[in-house]
Design a binder for this molecule. Structure first.
Ligand code: 13P
Ligand code: SF4
Length: 420
């Protein structure tokens, strides 16, 4: 992460950041009075979030042709060579959904949050190469030290769910909700880990919090201790499934369609709601269907169905077990030999579980392959290219979160860490 000072120059003033709690950051006016409009701190912060949201680069420069045509053995040899030359200065992180040709090089495997924590706990590693998607690399940058640099081997590896909540759309939603509901709106914004850094910062700034699929319920309890209602983004399914499991009736949830005024809802539906769910979903987990559970049970009456909470409600309701990626791995790994599992999550993880647990039957709940196509963009050619550059002293594809955005995002992440 950048070690830049946290003083932010703007066209209209100077924002002096550094205090840790909301409201404690003063504005030092810088001669803006002449235009007859004084920016408030909120205006400046919003501009900063917008700029950070727009600055996300997903444009990958074309690989030099030699990498495109390189044989798999040569790519492997390059990666092994770079790993041995860079030694402890390099730490390669591999998300569980990553392809095997990449995972075999990972120094650590995990979900996005666990990987960010592992990266932060590796201060000797000046270069953290994150084989995952964009929001994961951002989180690693936010949580790692000032002298660590995070690299995403292919910048086009984004997350379709994270992209469903743009900073501008969330800011517009907040403006509409707070102006229609008034000062006493009582809304706590909660963002899933799978979101842009600017949205984590938005939550930090507005008394909100981040959650993961492992702690969503505890985080929602935290939010309801502080507000009357929750705005949950970007995954409607994780929000709905968690709220239902907490006993909140579906009638007290409203689905917010970005781009439509009041999310396409009548004001009384918003006023009634305890949970406002963003209309976003994961393109991998959103594919699972109840009919697949029926088919799995009829072909094997002893099968256990285990699914991720990003799956739709009808799937979660019919499953035997529901939980995060780490939970799925733990349950299937610890299950007795000879048991049978149909798993509702990403195919690379399911196939790896089957090959690492040959004494059990582990299949994907969806018979049609469902990879995370953006994660898949981290091909060994990109990893070899990024590492060869590091060996030559060039840092390519660095993911660097704006320092003010990172500060506020860290506040939202720290709140999550404080939740028991
Ligand atoms: P977890 O790994 O936190 O369960 O999230 C799943 C996912 O979709 C990651 O992108
Ligand atoms: Fe995003 Fe879904 Fe891929 Fe996870 S699995 S990175 S939520 S598209």
């Amino acid at each position: 992460m950048s070690a830049d000072p946290v003083t932010v120059a703007s066209p209209t003033g100077v924002l002096v950041a550094g205090a840790q709690e909301q409201g404690a950051i003063p504005i030092v006016p810088a001669g803006d009075e002449a235009c007859g409009y004084e920016y408030s701190y909120a205006d400046l912060f919003t501009e900063r979030l917008r700029a950070a949201g727009q600055a996300i680069s997903t444009v990958q420069v074309p690989l030099p042709p030699e990498y495109i045509h390189m044989a798999p053995e040569e790519l492997d040899a390059r990666i092994y060579r770079a790993k041995s030359l860079l030694g402890d200065r390099l730490f390669i992180l591999g998300h569980h959904y990553q392809r095997d040709e990449i995972i075999k090089f990972a120094d650590a495997r995990g979900d996005s949050f666990k990987l960010s924590q592992l990266a932060a706990a590796r201060p000797t590693a000046s270069h953290l190469v994150f084989c995952g998607v964009h929001f994961m690399a951002e989180s690693a940058d936010i949580l790692s030290g000032a002298d660590q640099q995070v690299i995403l081997p292919n910048l086009s590896a984004g997350c379709s769910m994270a992209d469903m909540a743009s900073t501008d759309d969330v800011l517009a939603c907040w403006d509409q909700l707070t102006s229609e509901l008034g000062d006493d709106h009582g809304i706590i914004p909660v963002t899933y880990m799978n979101s842009a850094a600017a949205l984590k910062a938005f939550c930090g700034h507005h008394g909100g919090i981040v959650c993961t699929s492992s702690n969503a319920r505890s985080v929602l309890n935290w939010a309801f201790e502080r507000g009357r209602r929750v705005l949950f983004f970007p995954d409607q399914h994780l929000g709905r499934n968690t709220a239902l499991a907490m006993g909140i009736p579906i009638e007290e949830m409203a689905l917010w369609t970005p781009g439509a005024y009041l999310g396409g809802q009548a004001l009384d539906a918003i006023e009634r709601s305890r949970v406002i769910l963003w209309r976003g979903h994961c393109s991998v987990h959103g594919r699972f269907r109840p009919e697949q559970i029926t088919a799995a049970r009829s072909s094997d009456p002893n099968v256990n169905i285990i699914v991720h909470p990003e799956c739709p409600r009808e799937v979660v309701d019919r499953a035997d077990y529901v939980g995060s990626t780490e939970y799925i791995i733990k349950v299937v790994t610890e299950a007795p030999e000879g048991t049978s599992w149909a798993v509702g999550t990403e195919i690379h993880l399911v196939n790896r579980l089957q090959s690492e647990l040959p004494g059990k039957r582990v299949v994907c709940l969806d018979p049609v392959v469902c990879p995370c196509s953006t994660m898949y963009r981290v091909h060994p050619a990109y990893l070899a290219w990024a590492l060869d550059n590091l060996v030559s002293g060039n840092v390519v594809n660095r993911i660097q979160v704006d320092e003010t955005v990172a500060q506020w995002a860290r506040i939202a992440l720290d709140r999550m860490l404080s939740v028991p």
